[in-house]
Design a protein around this ligand. Structure first.
Ligand code: LMR
Length: 334
């Protein structure tokens, strides 16, 4: 057989192979697997948003995209998930804004106690120029910000009622890894202990820490109310997330996939935020209905005392966070 003859034979073989592949559907290859990892339960706003993203993305790209959602720190806990994202081991995560300290100090504005008067103010800030700038600010670090996702306002919990700031004196509070949150508890004479979310229940149960702060959906879904005797309705700050993706992976996606997934992500964030606003009262009711912890309502005077005790933290972090950001947050309260 001549060289040319061999080439023809090979080409025929290749064409036949392509035909078989096309017929059997193998041409499309296996779907692209997209991992979305987070640390809360499925029932929380974040859990629901991640599930919604899976539904929308798989519906939009049948057979082309498969989204695997890993809730409850199953795949990565909050001490490893950002590293995993940057290494491309997961494509999406949604950490609390209190957990970005290693990458930026500006997001600490969200941790300042009693800064945002309610969720509507928070939304105004996030949708305004400062919020949008912060959302894009992590691109140089390899993180693409898709949007802000709510959980809800944080409540204090402890085994003694904390009506006044001095009631917290000496108590060990589990906190997220944020220097602002540490300062917030030091300001009332408490002892902050930075700890992963996944370890918190056990730490409260065993008495390794005495107290904590979290929104109703986390308190209920983690069972914190079963290991804390009192939940104070302090609403002293918000627990907010940023949904982020691995920027290099995201920027390398084919345009049609990127467009569709961006749409699915935006819709899933909207959905999660609606749940956060709508279901906060439901989670609170469930905690009360369980009759394990007593819910303590604070008077206006008590709330003002907490505010006065914690507010010096704003000034202490002003230089680090930026006065412009704090002012923009205050303007969003109007
Ligand atoms: C916490 O660590 O308390 C929260 O950030 C957990 C979460 O993701 O809601």
């Amino acid at each position: 057989m001549t060289v040319n003859g061999n080439r023809v034979k090979l080409r025929c073989l290749a064409l036949a192979l392509i035909g078989v592949v096309a017929l059997t559907g193998l041409a499309r290859g296996a779907p692209m697997v997209i991992r979305y990892s987070h640390v809360t339960a499925d029932v929380t706003p974040k859990g629901q948003a991640a599930i919604k993203f899976k539904e929308l993305a798989e519906k939009m790209f049948p057979g082309r995209v498969q989204v695997k959602v890993y809730p409850n720190s199953q795949l990565f806990g909050d001490d490893t998930e950002m590293q995993a994202l940057l290494l491309g081991e997961v494509q999406f995560i949604a950490p609390s804004l209190a957990k970005f300290g290693r990458y930026t100090h500006q997001l600490q504005v969200f941790d300042l106690p009693f800064l945002f008067k309610d969720m509507a103010a928070l939304e105004r800030f996030e949708g305004g120029p400062a919020g949008r700038r912060l959302l894009a600010s992590l691109a140089p670090q390899g993180m693409h910000g898709f949007g802000y996702l709510h959980n809800g306002m944080k409540q204090l919990s402890a085994n003694t009622p904390l009506r006044w700031p001095h009631d917290a004196k000496g108590l060990r509070f589990r906190i997220q890894p944020s220097t602002v949150l540490a300062a917030q508890f030091v300001a009332v004479g408490a002892k902050p202990r930075k700890m992963a979310f996944a370890d918190t229940f056990q730490a409260l149960q065993s008495g390794q820490v005495d107290a904590a702060e979290n929104p109703w959906s986390n308190i209920y879904s983690q069972g914190f109310h079963t290991v804390q005797k009192y939940i104070m309705e302090s609403n002293h700050g918000a627990l907010e997330y940023m949904v982020i993706g691995n920027a290099r992976w995201w920027n390398g996606l084919p345009p049609d996939l990127q467009k569709g997934l961006a749409q699915a992500m935006a819709e899933s964030i909207r959905y999660g935020n609606q749940i956060a606003l709508r279901e906060e009262a439901t989670f609170r009711k469930q905690v009360i209905a369980d009759r394990q912890a007593q819910v303590v309502t604070l008077t206006d005077a008590q709330l003002q005392a907490w505010r006065n005790a914690m507010q010096p933290v704003w000034k202490a972090f002003q230089a680090e966070i930026g006065k412009d950001l704090i002012d923009a947050a205050l303007q969003a309260n109007d």
